[in-house]
Structures are given as C-alpha cells and as structure tokens.
Design a protein around this ligand. Structure first.
Ligand code: GLC
Length: 400
C-alpha cells in the first residue's frame, strides 16, 4: 500500500505533529508500505518527514491561496477572495496532480481544509481521498460550504476527536461513503516524557533567573486568536501578588492564513496594560516543546473556543506535568478533571486563576496530577494505536 499525505503548510503545528506521528506509527506497524508527502511550502516538516523514510515533494502554494481562510474572517470577506484565488488555484491543481502522480498513491490522506478540496481536484483517476479533519467545520462559513459540496467524492473522514466527528457528521456525514471515524491523536511517549532536557525559559524570554521556589506556569500554544492568551494574561493579573508564580507565553506565529493570529507585540502590550509585564516571559517559538514543558511546573491550555483536540494537553500529561485545560470540545475527551488534569470553563479568567493558585500552592497535587497524566498518556495516547485504527480505514478506502 502506498499512502500519500497532502499538507497545506511546511511548518510543524498541531496538525503536522499529528501527521508525523501517523507516519511514524505506520512505519513501525507496516514497514512494507510506502509513504509520501506533498507539502505546500518548504519548512521543518519536510526534513522531519524525510527522516521517517517518507518521500517528499514540495509544491509551493500561490500566495493568494496560502492566505485564504475563514478562521477569523466573515463570509463576505472570504468569497471575493476565493473568487480572486480561482485562476491561481487551477494552475496549482495541475502542478499538484503532477507531483501526486509521481508518488503513485493508492490512497491520498489530506491534512487540512485547503488540501481536502485541492486534493480531490488533483487526484489521479480512481485514487480515494481520506480527509483528516483537525478543526470544527460547521462554524467556518466558507470551508463548510466547500466541504459539504465535495463530501460525496471523499472516501472516508478521520476526525481528531468525537466532538469534531459529530460536527462533520452534522454537516456532511451522510454523504461520505466510508463514514466519519474519530481517531484521537497520539504522542511520542519517548520524547514527551518526564525525564530529559529542560529549556532555560528565563533566558529565552530575556528575564533574570527566577528565584528558587518559583512555580513556573506556561501557556503553550500557537498565536491563533482563540488559544486564550488574553484569558491567560488576565488570570495571571488576578493571582495574589505574593504568590511565587512566574508565567510564560510559549509559542510564536506559525501559519500564513490572514487575520488568524495575534502578535507577540500585542500580547506584550496587553501584559503591560494588565500590570503583569514583570511577571510574564515571552519565549517566542520553541522547537523542542517537550523540553519547554519539562521546564514548567504547570502547563496551561486556555482556548476560548471548543478545542478540536488539544495536542498540548496530552503532550504535557505525557511529560508528567500538572495541566489546567479548557474544558470543551475534543479537549474534554482527553482527561478526567481532578484526576489527571484540572479543567476550567473556556474564557473564564477568574476560574483559571483559581486553578493556577491551587496548583501553585500545592506541590503534592501537582505531582499527583502529573503521575496520573503520564499513566493516562501511556494507556490512551500511545502512537501504536494510530496505525491500528488507520490501516483498516485506508484498506477499505482502497477497495471501494
Ligand atoms: C488542530 C486543532 C488542535 C489539534 C491539532 C491536531 O491544530 O486545532 O486542537 O490538537 O489540530 O489534531
């Protein structure tokens, strides 16, 4: 079997971490299978996939399409942009088809909205396309229309959580021949583990070393507007001033889609307005997320919208860290509040502040949650599960 993945970026965000984990899992379970990847830009994803023995082609996406998206924009703003992108899109489909043909797939696995559509247009005749949906679709006006219109041509849908699977079913479930399957992401339990190197977060953030006994609390996320940076900074501003907490914003801008992210400068300005500039470090993008998490005592996930999955939550649990996560969407499927992580309602800075304060004052609680979190990660989020769940989906799609 030859599976070719299409990814609408060359960067490594959550959807790409998930993709690399799938590749690694398939490699281990099916060493005789051939894997290929077409990425729309050069970037860290390319060598990472190659290192797993995946054949990679880069077919650069024209700027007009790369910037297209409705994560934060309204329909009226997006449709004219879509029309404007059409001529470039047609040329792109031709180039993509050539690259896909050269890789000779039995199945195409598309890893993002743009590729779900472009992949169907570009596929060689008879090759089934499996969509891997990582985000809620129904709330995205442009993409939901496009996906519904193309769903009959798609062989099967993989969703990263039950919540996302439900969302896709509501939109187009009946149209997808091979059905909609929830497959939770997994993590590399060896790299995301309690032992290993730790980043010097203070140095990264240009701060003096924190004094002994300081509890390090960090939001680890891309700068997408819904990741809850504001909620986190507000929560920090509500902590008692004498609580020995230093907060970190770990992450930087990643994707090219227009209007979808905040800037570090905005966040710094917000921290200053809230009077917490002294208490917060901004590390920017970090390559080694595990080393950053191990340097934290508490990892915060604060998405203000229902999180489709929330890889960071599982990664931090696998690192044996105490986690406070926003309880909604797929994220709520990942942990048992009070047992292996703590929860807070999305966007509720006061509740988040209470959870952080509780953890900052109780090293025993942090240790208990960390140990339980690691056990949960080992039980439910081992990478080996990915191949076990995906292989039958690919096989059924290829036989259709
Ligand atoms: C997307 C989702 C995120 C998920 C990741 C991997 O980035 O927004 O919740 O963890 O994909 O599936």
């Amino acid at each position: 079997m030859n599976v070719v993945f299409l990814n609408p970026s060359g960067q490594i965000g959550g959807a790409e971490r998930s993709l690399l984990d799938i590749m690694a899992s398939l490699r281990a379970a099916r060493p005789d299978w051939t894997l290929g990847l077409v990425a729309t830009a050069d970037g860290p994803l390319v060598p990472a996939a190659r290192a797993l023995g995946v054949r990679v082609a880069v077919v650069p996406l024209p700027e007009t399409i790369a910037r297209l998206g409705d994560g934060g924009a309204s329909r009226s703003a997006s449709l004219p942009r879509l029309a404007g992108a059409l001529p470039a899109g047609l040329g792109y489909v031709r180039r993509l088809r050539r690259a896909v043909r050269a890789l000779g797939p039995d199945v195409l696995h598309t890893n993002g909205f743009k590729m779900h559509v472009l992949g169907l247009w570009a596929r060689p005749r008879g090759v089934p396309v499996v969509w891997h949906v990582h985000d809620f679709v129904a709330r995205r006006p442009l993409m939901s229309r496009l996906l519904r219109a193309h769903a009959r041509a798609c062989a099967a849908v993989v969703a990263n959580s039950h919540a996302v699977a439900e969302d896709v079913r509501g939109l187009a479930g009946g149209r997808v021949r091979g059905g909609v399957h929830a497959v939770h992401n997994a993590v590399d339990l060896d790299s995301f583990s309690p032992g290993g190197s730790r980043l010097d977060l203070d140095e990264r953030a240009g701060l003096d070393p924190a004094s002994a006994g300081t509890v390090r609390v960090g939001l680890v996320a891309t700068l997408a507007w819904w990741k809850g940076h504001e909620t986190f900074l507000r929560a920090v501003s509500l902590l008692p001033p004498d609580l020995p907490v230093r907060a970190y914003v770990v992450g930087g801008a990643l994707y090219e889609t227009a209007d979808s992210q905040r800037s570090l400068d905005d966040l710094r300005a917000l921290a200053a307005r809230l009077g917490v500039a002294e208490r917060v470090g901004f590390t920017g993008y970090v390559e080694d997320a595990a080393a950053a998490m191990r340097a934290l005592d508490v990892v915060v996930h604060a998405s203000t919208e229902p999180e489709p999955f929330g890889l960071v939550i599982v990664e931090a649990m696998a690192c044996g860290r105490a986690v406070v996560a926003s309880e909604a969407g797929g994220a709520a499927e990942l942990f048992r509040p009070g047992v292996d992580a703590l929860g807070h309602p999305p966007g509720d800075a006061a509740e988040l502040a209470r959870r952080i304060a509780e953890l900052a004052g109780d090293a025993g609680l942090r240790a208990r949650l960390g140990a339980e979190g690691r056990a949960t990660a080992e039980r439910r989020f081992d990478r080996a599960r990915l191949a076990a769940e995906l292989v039958p989906i690919y096989q059924t799609a290829a036989e259709q």
